[in-house]
Write a protein that binds this ligand. Structure first.
Ligand code: AMP
Length: 567
């Protein structure tokens, strides 16, 4: 049996995995039968918990639990989980390993090759970290696909006739992406992509959490980190309710005092006014780059859980003067599209008539210097060679000359970004090229940048007088870790014992009881304590049928308490 290529949406809040089968993408369920696996990792007695159980431990065991680490991808930030300290790519690799295990169980097959989605606005470092996370999970990422591109693929498949220009507005848990695409008889072309890698649903929750703190009468900054975290979680719940109704009654327990807070949709929208404003800039940049105006758009598609907020839909409708579409669940579209991209990579015959093109999300260029009239030179300027939103593949060259008399060596420093000074852009790599001695400006060279759709960037310099060449290849397929580093990391990550799948429903159930116990009071607390004891006794009895029956019976009581205190 050939191994299927799988699509993965590695989200800030939730991750999903999908397979392309019989001409269509399909989401795969995790061990609990759910399609969304929270991107949360927790350590429990040496074993790693990923998903719902870990998410429930955010309140009960915050010091052993990490969430929203996608925002730190490609940085040196570490997350302390008990005695361990892990980077974002290591935590992501644990999520990926869990998705891999669950998908293998669902398909009855081993999985190696995957296509993973990333925000279009992820820079090379963040892309490399994502590739490294895959390698550490023993997965071979054959391609990274931009999230809005994946969403467009999921939508494009449903409607392959005619020509249309459409915009994908993707507001996830931690990132915002806006992309304009053209769709013509099965050919999809990305026209422009823009976004903000630090703006997402979590910021809306945080804004509401701060309003909740104001209502309680304690300034946000004066609250301890654990209370802030509790308010953030409560705000996330309130936010979801306010998507469906105008008012929500939140019950918060701080120390031993209970607070009942009435939150209105207007409160929420007022708290988020500055965030809504921040959404406009990437949209404007995207339209500036395409030269399109909003009237040129045929469809506007909403992706990402945070687009369920009415204020987002209203803002989009107002801005683009048309009702946005959400015919595919906004949480599912990216994973489904990643599976379509996986099938494209594997040349699935069902997709013979679908072609996908993409653009460079950032400008790529080199550092240059300028000589002033007084003879001194100032360095650190960015000279783009491939501009952002250039359709890929692309290859462009420019001529550069020596700056000083008798200069024999030229250093090429490559950067990615939009800032005029290289110090504000991302450094991608460097190399040197030798040139014959001569007067300043006498020796010149071509510097060519070639960017292919898989993210490979090749930079080559050719001395015009000697024809000598030098260059480097920068790739998000090859992370800055060497193969030996990856092998070592893979071993280290595999040494973390995953909680056995057969235990998962029970562990998740217990984590839920403990979370509710923290929230509840009085009789409900006693009831939860009784449920916990009865359930532990059932676990001791080791009769799987009895354990499953208790989970089912007691689940209703937990739902009621959850409803009252949290959701
Ligand atoms: P994603 O990264 O696409 O999974 O998006 C998750 C984000 O969507 C989180 O910030 C959630 O709080 C948010 N979200 C999910 N459902 C809703 C809802 N019904 N209303 C408002 N925000 C939601």
């Amino acid at each position: 049996m050939t191994q299927p290529i799988i699509g993965i949406d590695l989200g800030t809040t939730n991750s999903l995995i999908a397979v392309f089968e019989e001409g269509a993408p399909r989401l795969l369920a995790n061990a609990l039968g759910h399609r969304l696996t929270p991107s949360v990792v927790s350590f429990d007695d040496g074993a790693v918990l990923v998903g719902e159980a870990a998410r429930d431990r955010q309140t009960t065991h915050p010091k052993q639990t990490a969430a929203a680490f996608k925002r730190a991808m490609g940085t040196e930030t570490t997350f302390a989980l008990g005695p361990k300290s892990l980077r974002a790519e290591e935590l992501s690799s644990l999520v990926l390993r869990k998705l891999k295990d669950d998908a293998e169980a669902a398909l009855g097959q081993t999985i190696r090759d995957v296509v993973v989605s990333v925000p279009a606005y992820f820079n090379q470092g963040q892309r490399q970290a994502t590739m490294a996370a895959c390698a550490m999970a023993d997965l071979n990422a054959v391609r990274l696909v931009n999230e809005p591109t994946a969403a467009a693929l999921a939508y494009g498949l449903q409607d392959r006739e005619g020509e249309s220009q459409f915009l994908v507005f993707d507001l996830g848990g931690g990132t915002f992406d806006v992309t304009v695409l053209e769709h013509f008889d099965g050919v999809m072309e990305v026209k422009a992509s823009s976004g903000d890698a630090f703006l997402g649903g979590e910021d809306f929750s945080e804004a509401l959490a701060k309003t909740m703190a104001d209502k309680i009468g304690t300034p946000w900054a004066k609250l301890g980190a654990d209370i802030q975290q509790q308010l953030r979680l409560q705000a996330d719940v309130a936010k979801r309710h306010l998507s469906g109704k105008d008012e929500y009654e939140a019950r918060i327990k701080i120390d031993s005092t209970h607070h009942g807070l009435t939150l209105t949709r207007t409160d929420f929208e007022t708290a988020c006014a500055a965030l809504i404003k921040r959404l406009h800039r990437p949209i404007e940049r995207c339209f500036y780059d395409t030269g399109l105006d909003t009237d040129g758009l045929d469809r506007v598609i909403l992706v990402g859980g945070a687009t369920r907020m009415p204020m987002i839909r209203q803002m989009v409708a107002r801005q683009f003067r048309r009702l946005p579409e959400m015919t595919i669940d906004p949480d599912h579209a990216v994973a489904l599209g990643a599976a379509v991209q996986a099938a494209l990579v594997a040349h699935d015959r069902a997709l013979d008539d679908v072609v996908m093109t993409d653009v460079s999300p950032f400008s790529v260029g080199i550092e240059t210097a300028t000589r002033l009239k007084n003879g001194t030179s100032i360095h650190g300027f960015f000279q783009p060679i491939i501009e952002r939103n250039t359709p890929l593949p692309a290859s462009r060259q420019q001529i550069f000359s020596t700056m000083s008399d008798n200069q024999t060596n030229l250093r090429i420093d490559i950067y990615q970004g939009e800032a005029p000074k290289v110090s504000d852009n991302v450094h991608l790599g460097r190399f040197d090229i030798n040139v014959p001695k001569g007067k300043a400006g006498q020796e010149s060279m071509f510097v060519r940048v070639t960017y292919d759709p898989s993210g490979l960037i090749e930079v080559e310099a050719t001395s015009i007088s000697t024809g000598k060449q030098a260059g480097i290849v920068i790739s998000d397929n090859v992370s800055n870790l060497t193969e030996a580093d990856i092998a070592k990391k893979l071993k280290q990550m595999q040494a973390f014992k995953m909680h056995p799948r057969e235990d998962e429903a029970n562990v998740t159930f217990m984590a839920r009881i403990r979370r509710l116990y923290e929230m509840a009071a009085g009789d409900d607390r006693h009831m939860l304590q009784d449920i916990l004891m009865a359930f532990e006794a059932a676990l001791e009895g080791q009769d799987p049928a009895e354990i499953a029956r208790m989970r089912g019976d007691m689940g209703e009581t937990l739902d009621r308490i959850d409803d009252y205190y949290v959701s």
